[in-house]
Design a protein around this ligand. Structure first.
Ligand SMILES: [Zn+2]
Length: 530
């Protein structure tokens, strides 16, 4: 398929700017239009005013949803525009999209999971929305294991209309819960890490996109009234660089990127910041240019749509973040899973007061925005696209969960896949491990652990390169671990190191005793039969 070469489009949600007062939300005259621009200045002017869905820089136009008031302004300001014929507005929201669960259905699912998996799923309410809906987090971790667990905070749907984001978060949870005890990787993840998932940071906004609220289709902000209009853009309301300038957010309540009257003015933002602070220590100095230590722990990912992008801080300035090398490396790892373009947020567009600039800027943790889906998917992707949009992102999120302990280090290291065979004969048991290691630098070492991972004090067993030399970015490795194993299932964990000295994430498989004892005893039993 010819990929949209044209497009340096803007993160759907990053770009939306512009206003939707209640009267406009019900305005039947809303149209999707193409607007020509010829300079960065004109782009900024448009972005500061309109609900911009895409930016096509090379072609010199953007796509925006505008009402009659905004079309008047465009004409007065001298912009030319034409109606977009490919983006038909779809005002019938969820009724035509059965794959998108309502907030009520999502919360019911959370409750069911907490009951079904009480040892690994805990339901938390971290605050409330403006309309007093709960903000609900499902905490995934084995409650029977203690220790200082690395944390990954995933949040979705801070923009109400970005329906695929909640579903991606739910699919991620489903994979982890269903895989616990079945898949060795998911099992060590939940035993040793803690993953908190906020399924909707803006439930009121989501509900506006649900049945019965057709005039509010495409609602992005929360729903609190200000200055004759409704809603604050919760992704411009965070404390870090709040209201820095009028390009990255708007001071006008009717605009789509209205930042609110003061930093963290909204209960939704307050709840998110308070919860995130409770999860992660501040590991970076107070200055913009202070670099977070390479050993910083913790990841935050906020899911948005659309744009096929992986974005990292900063959004408030074009200058690279102090940890830009690390943010870029991990961002490109994510992009390898979902196939998106990975870049610094500001590279396309200025923003201020965003969630991820705050979580990196304030707490130093590795912070990302995923913009799920393409221009043809829009805000309400067809349900036929559900798996194609969700599953590659689930893989990226699983990787995030695996490297959460030291994301700025581990993401530099090679990835491992492995098989392990456990063989027992009377008096002797050994595990044969075969691993494949793939890195960006040549592999320099690999090691296997039996049951206890490296961070928990496990004993490393060095693997050897199958071809006799560690000299390639792709190496097969093997080794035998002789041991006096207890009966039952065991976990074999492997990780690789590269010539840069970086250890990659651990991968694991279960190994069950094979052949013995049945192969030994069954024939004997059979022989005794007449
Ligand atoms: Zn968004």
């Amino acid at each position: 398929m010819p990929r949209r070469v044209l497009m340096l489009w803007l993160a759907g949600c990053l770009a939306f700017v512009g206003g939707v007062p209640l009267s406009t939300a019900q305005d039947p005259g809303r149209l999707v239009v193409h607007i020509a621009f010829s300079s960065q200045d004109e782009l900024a002017q448009l972005a500061a005013r309109l609900d911009v869905w895409e930016v096509h820089r090379a072609e010199g136009y953007l796509v925006a949803l505008v009402d009659s008031r905004e079309r008047e302004w465009l004409a007065q300001a001298g912009f030319t525009f034409q109606v977009d014929t490919t983006h038909a507005l779809q005002p019938n929201t969820i009724p035509s999209y059965p794959c998108y669960r309502t907030i009520a259905e999502q919360y019911t699912q959370f409750e069911q999971w907490a009951v079904q998996y009480p040892h690994i799923a805990q339901l938390l309410t971290i605050g409330a929305s403006y309309e007093h809906r709960d903000l609900r987090v499902l905490r995934l971790t084995n409650s029977a294991t203690n220790g200082d667990k690395p944390r990954f905070f995933l949040m979705a749907n801070i923009h109400g209309r970005e329906l695929i984001t909640n579903e991606t978060a739910l699919a991620f949870i489903q994979r982890l819960l269903g895989g616990y005890g079945v898949d060795a990787d998911f099992t060590w993840l939940l035993d040793y890490h803690q993953i908190d998932v906020l399924v909707s940071a803006n439930p009121d906004g989501h509900v506006r996109n649900e049945p019965g609220n057709v005039p509010w289709a495409y609602w992005r902000k929360n729903t609190r009234p200000y200055g004759g209009c409704y809603g604050v853009d919760l992704n411009r309301n965070s404390a870090f660089k709040w209201g820095l300038d009028d390009y990255g957010s708007s001071a006008y309540p009717c605009d789509l990127t209205y930042r609110g009257p003061s930093p963290v003015s909204e209960s939704e933002t307050q709840a998110v910041q308070q919860h995130v602070r409770s999860l992660f220590p501040d590991q970076r100095g107070p200055l913009d240019n202070d670099t977070a230590p390479i050993t910083t722990t913790g990841i935050l990912i906020t899911l948005h749509s659309y744009g096929d992008l992986v974005l990292w801080p900063w959004g408030w300035t074009g200058a690279p973040a102090p940890n830009s090398a690390q943010l870029q490396t991990l961002g490109q790892k994510f992009a390898a899973f979902n196939g998106y373009t990975a870049q610094q947020a500001m590279f396309l567009y200025p923003t201020n007061g965003t969630t991820d600039d705050w979580s990196y800027g304030e707490l130093s943790i590795a912070s990302y925005t995923f913009e799920i889906g393409s221009s043809s998917d829009g805000f309400y992707p067809s349900c036929s696209r559900y798996d194609q949009l969700v599953q590659p992102n689930v893989e990226a999120l699983l990787y995030a969960a695996k490297v959460a302990r030291t994301p700025y280090l581990t993401s530099f290291g090679p990835d491992a896949t492995l098989t392990a065979t456990l063989t027992s004969t009377v008096g002797l048991t050994w595990v044969s491990v075969q691993a494949m290691l793939t890195g960006t630098r040549p592999i320099s070492a690999a090691e296997a652990y039996l049951d206890t991972p490296p961070w928990a004090g496990g004993t490393p067993h060095a693997l050897t390169p199958a071809d006799g030399h560690w000299d390639s970015t792709f190496e097969a490795a093997r080794g035998d671990i002789g041991t006096a194993l207890l009966p039952g299932r065991h976990t074999i964990l492997v990780r690789g190191q590269d010539t840069g000295g970086y250890w990659g994430p651990v991968s694991a498989v279960f190994s069950e005793p094979t052949v013995w004892p049945y192969a030994v005893y069954l024939p004997l039993l059979q022989r005794q039969s007449p």
